[in-house]
Every structure is written in C-alpha cells, then in structure tokens.
Design a protein around this ligand. Structure first.
Ligand code: DX5
Ligand code: ZN
Length: 223
C-alpha cells in the first residue's frame, strides 16, 4: 500500500501569514483548502482567491473541499485558481445522477473528482458509482468548523468504501476529514483510509511539520 497521504487544512492556519504557514509543512503531501459559503454550512471561510494565493506559494497538490451550495457554479474558478482535486458535497447536487455528472465534468476539465458527505448521509447509493470518483472524503465531524471531536461511527463508511473499492478494482482514494489527531488517526487507518486531513492537529502543534510526519508514521503503522 502507498504511503499515507497527509493533508494539512489551512482553515486552522494563520491567514495573515499563509505563505509561511504552508512553508512550515514541507513534508505535507497535499494542502487541503476548505471553502465555506455560510449557506451549506453555518460558517464562511474564503473563495477561489485564496485557492489561487495558496497555489502561488506551493507546488503541492491542492485538495479543494467545497462546502457550498451550487458547487457547479464555482468549480471553474477553483480550477483556474490551481485546484488539483475538487471535492463537492453530494447534499448540494441533484442525487446520485447529479454527483456523477459533476464528477465526470471535473475529469473532463482536467482535475480529479471527489465527493464528500455529511455524517448523516448514507454512503450506500454511491457505492455502485465509485468509478466516477478519484476521491471520497468521509466527514468525521459535521462540516463547518475545525477543532471538533472525531466521530468514530463514521468509520463504518470507510470500511464499506474500502471493501467496494477493492472489490471493484478501483484506485479511488478514501480521505477522512474532521478531528484527525495522533489519538484518532490509527483507527481511521485501520478502517482503510488512504488520506487524512488535519487542521488543528497540525497548526495547533508547536512544530507543524513534526505533527505531519508523526501522523503519517502512526497511520502507516496501523494499517
Ligand atoms: C471542517 C473542515 C475540515 C477542518 C478540519 O468542516 O472540512 O477540513 O478544517 O479541522 P480539524 O482537523 O481541526 O478537525
Ligand atoms: Zn475539509
């Protein structure tokens, strides 16, 4: 199995010094960019201007998590801004068919496609369509805020995804987001995750890069 992918979330970084905050995690694999619109989630963060700003200061892949209504209206802006993977929420599109259509259009535009789902949204309807997606982002908190507690019951979704992805012979990556720390990452790894978003556990640490390498070491040891 490939090395665990660690994706620090800039939501937890100091926005007045984003360039230095990104330079502080040289061992990160991806940079996770949390876009919130104040409608889909009860919080506002930033838009494609920040995706572009991040892209100017790093060569790392940008994993853009759209927690917004009408994601199809905004994907082009984030693609132009330098997104490598665009993750939209299935609750913000028109059912399974809407999710597949948006994912296919993302791939046609040359970026990786991903979907995410709220803790209360079942994964089962999406399992037969996984070939359309390069990533599935399992939320292990209610989307909207960093610093919340990890929800271990969401690992059932990770296990279902792992079984289906392997049975279907796909290379879709399973990523988990919310409450990932040195205390929780091993359970997520044992359930079958490939990639881990970490906000407070990285940017709340005395040394963010040591937090990244320690999370990767723990995840690798637990699979
Ligand atoms: C939450 C965001 C997360 C958040 C994670 O809605 O999608 O990416 O930044 O933060 P932590 O790691 O602090 O739970
Ligand atoms: Zn996120």
């Amino acid at each position: 199995m490939a090395n665990p992918i660690i994706a620090p979330s800039i939501l937890a970084a100091d926005f007045t010094r984003l360039d230095r905050e990104i330079a502080a995690v040289p061992d990160a694999d991806w940079i996770h960019v949390d876009v919130m619109d104040g409608h889909f989630v009860p919080n506002l963060s930033f838009g494609a201007g920040i995706t572009a700003a991040v892209n100017r200061v790093t060569d790392k892949p940008l994993d853009v998590h759209l927690m917004i209504e009408n994601p199809e209206k905004w994907v082009d802006d984030h693609i132009s801004a330098g997104a490598d993977c665009i993750i939209f929420h299935v609750e913000a599109v028109d059912g399974v068919a809407g999710a597949v259509a948006l994912a296919d259009s993302l791939r046609e535009k040359g970026v990786r496609s991903g979907f995410s789902l709220r803790p209360g949204t079942p994964i089962e309807p999406y399992l037969p369509e996984l070939r359309h997606f390069d990533e599935v982002l399992v939320m292990s908190v209610e989307p909207g805020f960093g610093g919340q507690s990890f929800m271990p019951d969401q690992l059932d979704k990770v296990r279902s995804l792992r079984r289906e992805i392997d049975a279907q012979g796909l290379d879709t990556l399973i990523e988990i987001d919310g409450g990932i720390s040195a205390e929780t990452i091993e359970q997520a790894a044992a359930a079958g995750c490939d990639a881990y978003v970490a906000g407070s556990a990285v940017y709340g640490a005395a040394d963010p890069n040591t937090a990244v390498t320690e999370l990767r070491r723990l995840a690798a040891g637990a699979r």
